[in-house]
Every structure is written in C-alpha cells, then in structure tokens.
Design a protein around this ligand. Sequence first.
Ligand SMILES: [Zn+2]
Length: 43
Amino acid sequence: MIMSSTEFFRNLPPKECAKCGDTIEEMADCYSHECDDCEGEIH
Ligand SMILES: [Zn+2]
C-alpha cells in the first residue's frame, strides 16, 4: 500500500513527552522527545 507523506504523518499518534507524558506540539525545527517544561529543566 502506498501512502503519501501527508497521509503517513496524519496517522501518527500525537507525540508525547518522554518524561511527563504530556502531548508535545509538533514543531518543524524541533524533534525533541520532551516537552518545553522538561526541556527547560535540563538546559
Ligand atoms: Zn514533559
């Protein structure tokens, strides 16, 4: 079955923070596995 990239990304589950489990808003230039809050604690 051939899927367009748009279709593929639409079927992905929402990204969740690896630390607190919150849903992460997709950001084109950021592929972090943690939400802003948890990221802020690290840096
Ligand atoms: Zn988090």
